[in-house]
Write a protein that binds this ligand. Structure first.
Ligand code: GUN
Ligand code: FE
Length: 392
């Protein structure tokens, strides 16, 4: 179908286009041409002589970059962002689990879900990989809120069938059947912009039986899976005690069939070399959440080691382990934690996230034909956000 010329817009701005970890092309200025919700071209020459009937927007003093991809964030922790303290296990019990239990109430779930997606968009996040609570209805509500916001989202109902407070604990079969119903209802909705992602919370709160079933179901359906791996030393020790016959934490997930190229493991801080090799062979994706790791005093993910092992590393805010939904903040944390330049952090916040999700052909930078998801940044603040060419 021909794209009508009257929907074409040319933005003149400083434009940053991530290509690889060590290559972000900078146009100062650049001309980003958007038509029919897609990227038409990015040039350093003014394209107006060749393009008639285009609206021209001169924001030369501002910077355009791709919309951010947050590959690890917890919706039902939005209201406790910046409130908790302490390390992971006590933080979960004291702040996080009681707040997530509130999502049994659909009204509360609807209120926070809307606030959450509004806040993601305001921060320039145009694709997000989201943990919901254990509740089926609250997760359904989260999908509705994501749909209303227009962004891309991978959302999963958290699964917890042991070592969890009564208010959140599920029977194994119940956890599976709720998740499968949500998968059937939502995976691929909105022209594929909404995806279901199976979400066993972490090995300490999941039985091997549950994790194996998730592994089988995800394999059968080509579904995505997310979980937490090796975040905190006490958590690692706990998982060791729970699975004494497993050689390592990563091996627990591997044994359940949860390490695939469609699984995203958050944190990956305290991994032994054989665990890194397992992830690498499986092409499992790593969500790096440095702001959370500093806040919860979890340690520092060995970025260079994981990158050198060939792993795809992308960024996650991990709200509310992390105290901010802002991917710009996350990028600043990343520079310090990983000792990398800002341009590499931008790559991790955009194209690396797209790759993690198998979406590098659709989003993540300004290649022709990709969705026109981008942000306008001025004075270190996200001022405007565009999703498929529309200002949101
Ligand atoms: N491990 C298990 N659950 C969680 C959670 O909600 N947040 C973080 N950061 N780690 C976890
Ligand atoms: Fe998390």
């Amino acid at each position: 179908m021909a794209i009508p010329d009257d929907s074409r817009r040319i933005f003149k701005a400083s434009v940053l286009n991530p290509i690889a970890p060590d290559r972000v092309d900078a146009y100062a200025p650049g001309y980003l041409t958007v038509a029919g919700g897609k990227i038409e071209q990015l040039t350093s020459d003014d394209p107006r002589p060749a393009l008639r009937f285009a609206e021209y927007i001169d924001i030369s003093h501002k910077t355009i970059m791709p919309g951010f991809v947050d590959t690890h964030v917890h919706l039902p922790q939005f209201a406790i962002m910046g409130i908790g303290s302490g390390e992971l296990l006590s933080w979960l019990n004291t702040y996080t689990y009681p707040e997530e239990a509130r999502f049994a109430d659909p009204e509360y779930a609807a209120k926070i879900s809307q606030q959450f997606f509004d806040a993601l968009v305001a921060n320039g996040t145009t694709t997000a990989v989201v943990y919901s609570s254990v509740h089926e209805e609250a997760t359904d509500i989260a999908f509705c809120a994501a749909r209303a916001s227009g962004i891309r989202a991978f959302i999963g109902k958290v699964m917890m069938d042991r070592n969890s407070p009564d208010a959140l604990l599920e029977e194994t079969e119940q956890s599976i059947s709720r998740s499968v119903r949500l998968f059937n209802k939502w995976d691929g909705a909105e022209e594929g912009r909404l995806r279901y992602i199976f979400t066993p919370r972490f090995a300490a709160a999941c039985s091997m039986q549950l994790m194996k079933r998730v592994g089988e179901i995800a394999l059968e359906r080509g579904a995505f899976v997310q979980s937490h791996l090796s975040e905190n030393r006490h958590e690692v020790e706990w998982v060791r005690r729970l699975f004494p016959s497993s050689p390592s934490y990563a091996a627990v997930y591997h044994g359940a069939g949860l390490l695939t190229e469609r699984s995203i493991m958050a944190h990956c801080i305290h991994l032994a070399p054989d665990e890194i090799a397992l992830l690498s062979r499986a092409r499992t994706k790593v969500a790096f959440c440095p702001y959370s790791n500093r806040t919860l005093r979890s340690g520092t993910m060995p970025y260079q080691t994981l990158r050198d092992a060939g792993l795809n590393i992308s960024l996650g805010t991990d709200v509310a382990g992390g105290p901010s939904l802002s991917m710009l903040e996350q990028m600043r944390e990343t520079m310090t934690a990983a000792q990398i330049p800002w341009s590499e952090a931008l790559y991790l916040a955009t194209l690396a996230g797209a790759k993690a999700l198998g979406l590098a052909g659709r989003i993540g930078n300004f290649e022709r034909g990709k969705d026109a998801d981008f942000v306008v940044v001025a004075n270190d603040v996200v001022e405007e956000v565009y999703v498929r060419g529309r200002r949101v």
